[in-house]
Design a protein around this ligand. Structure first.
Ligand SMILES: C[S@@+](CC[C@H](N)C(=O)[O-])C[C@H]1O[C@@H](n2cnc3c(N)ncnc32)[C@H](O)[C@@H]1O
Length: 256
């Protein structure tokens, strides 16, 4: 399953002024960000869980990360937001000032809701300095093609757009014993035939394997970079996930 396969990530694009994507949803495409159509990874991601299952998973997760204590008028930006189920979860929890960003126009086009969504590269955020109270990242960082440079780029951009004392929440895969077990299950053709969910996960891992392996292989360097830009309030590992919440570090940490 984990044979060589090109990564689905794309090179960093330049910046420009936002353009409307059209249609009914609140999506804007950042100029010079290429349009992308549904690829095999996206198709597997869409069949891994229904939107309803994902929304209820995210509601539970956000509560675990302290969302009950966040002011309901906080300005929240979700990076790598995909089809926007995390944004729906935030709406369900009563947050109203929401924005989302993702590189995939086709996934973002599936979001219909109040959040302002932007097709853009999260390594170069088209947002002004110190405008957001909370930035949330769920399952996006392990798609970055050039660790650790791209990760630093995303974290320094996040630090830049956060207000003083702003909060970052990161949930990403982590190589715990549970995840190693999941990988074994994904390698079983019987398990894939028996479970559509296992098959979808195995397909996603196959298409993202280059960035996924790179991500899982550098835990210490990743944690060091998170701590370079943020004071950790919470950093835990369980059920194959890193769950990190941290406050913006002051000082000019932004990369030029
Ligand atoms: C595993 S999905 C996670 C989506 C959503 N956060 C969730 O948990 O359902 C990863 C997302 O990252 C997006 N992505 C990958 N590289 C990106 C980049 N450089 N900038 C913005 N989005 C990117 C993909 O288009 C995809 O929607």
């Amino acid at each position: 399953m984990l044979d060589s396969k090109p990564t689905r990530s794309q090179p960093l694009t330049g910046s420009g002024s936002p353009q409307h994507e059209g249609g009914e949803c609140n999506v804007v495409r950042h100029a010079q960000t290429p349009a992308r159509c549904l690829d095999p990874w996206e198709a597997a991601y869409l069949r891994f869980e229904t939107p309803e299952q994902e929304i209820s998973k995210f509601v539970k997760r956000l509560k675990k990360m302290g969302a009950a204590r966040w002011p309901r008028d906080a300005e929240i930006l979700e990076l790598f937001c995909g089809r926007g189920t995390g944004l729906h979860a935030l709406s369900k929890l009563g947050f109203t000032r929401l924005a989302g960003a993702d590189l995939s126009a086709s996934l973002l086009a599936q979001y219909v809701g109040p959040a302002k969504c932007l097709v853009c590269d999260c390594r170069q955020l088209p947002f002004e300095d110190r405008r957001k109270d909370i930035v949330i990242i769920q399952g996006g960082l392990h798609h970055l093609p050039m660790l650790l440079d791209d990760l630093e780029q995303v974290l320094s951009e996040t630090n830049r757009v956060l207000r003083d004392n702003g909060l970052i929440v990161v949930v990403e895969p982590w190589l715990t014993p549970f995840l190693s077990f999941v990988h074994v299950v994904c390698r079983s053709s019987i398990a894939r035939r028996l479970s559509r969910k296992v098959d979808a996960l195995a397909t996603m891992v196959y298409y993202e394997q280059q960035t996924y392996k790179q991500w899982l292989g550098q835990p210490q360097a990743i944690l060091s970079l998170l701590q370079k830009y943020f004071h950790a309030d919470r950093c835990s590992f369980g059920w194959g996930k890193l769950m990190f919440a941290g406050r913006k570090k002051e000082g000019n940490l932004w990369r030029i």
